[in-house]
Design a protein around this ligand. Structure first.
Ligand SMILES: [Zn+2]
Length: 233
């Protein structure tokens, strides 16, 4: 590490404290499908993502699952676990190859209890992420697959900072909580409009302004929360 945190939460901390924390964080590479935490279990590590994306997924007893949120380099993946003793029923895994800075969860928990700056930043992070999760819950209920897919592709694009990335259709289905045929139809519609190119899991956004118009209003709401994650501090 060259001292650049590359994580918005870490960057929002006062320099001296951030450097002391950075010295105790270990950089790790996280391949696709790496599980960061399982439902109802205390996480082993706390991860500050520095690149890539982790998905928060809710699974039903039928085996069906849907993405309820994503984490990129804006925050701390296990921030909700830090707040109290409640068991968290979601699962979190790496959806696009990621890097992170991590330390044992219990160590960060102690730090959270003892350091005001870290606690303020984590609370801010949870507040913003909480609003985003609420918005996405409403989105999944009220908006159509095509506009949700556009919204989701843009959210990923903002976090990976690239207009080309790889995603399998199975992943897309899980993310949208939709059947494979629905995802195929939605991706096909966006492609016919010249907004994306999708082939063998490779997604290329060819017209991001057009894709933004095709996305539901939730994209703008989430983006503004994302850009101002720590601005109130
Ligand atoms: Zn929406």
């Amino acid at each position: 590490m060259n001292g650049e945190a590359l994580n918005l939460l870490l960057e929002s901390l006062p320099v001296a404290y951030r450097n002391s924390l950075l010295a105790r964080l270990k950089p790790v590479s996280l391949p696709v499908r790496t599980v960061l935490y399982e439902p109802d279990e205390a996480p082993r590590y706390a991860h500050f993502v520095t690149s890539g994306i982790a998905s928060i997924v809710s699974a039903m007893s039928t085996g069906a699952s849907a993405e309820v949120g994503i984490w990129g380099s804006e925050g701390l993946v296990e921030s909700f676990h830090l707040l109290g003793k409640a068991k968290i029923p979601t699962r979190c895994f790496i959806q696009m190859e990621a890097t992170a800075l991590r330390m044992p969860f219990k160590e960060l928990q102690k730090e959270f209890q003892e350091n005001d700056d870290l606690r303020d930043a984590v609370l801010q992070c949870v507040q913003s992420q909480g609003f985003i999760l609420g918005q996405l819950a409403a989105c999944n209920r009220l908006h159509e697959a095509e506009e949700r897919l556009a919204r989701w592709l843009l959210m990923v694009c903002d976090r990976v900072d690239s207009e080309t990335y790889f995603l399998t259709q199975e992943f897309l289905g899980n993310m949208l909580g939709a059947r494979r045929t629905t995802v195929t139809a939605a991706a096909g519609a966006l492609q016919r409009k010249g907004l994306i190119k999708y082939s063998r899991g490779r997604i290329h956004i060819t017209d991001s302004a057009g894709l933004e118009k095709a996305a539901c209003e939730c994209y703008k709401t989430v983006r503004s929360l994302y850009l101002n994650f720590y601005s109130a501090r």
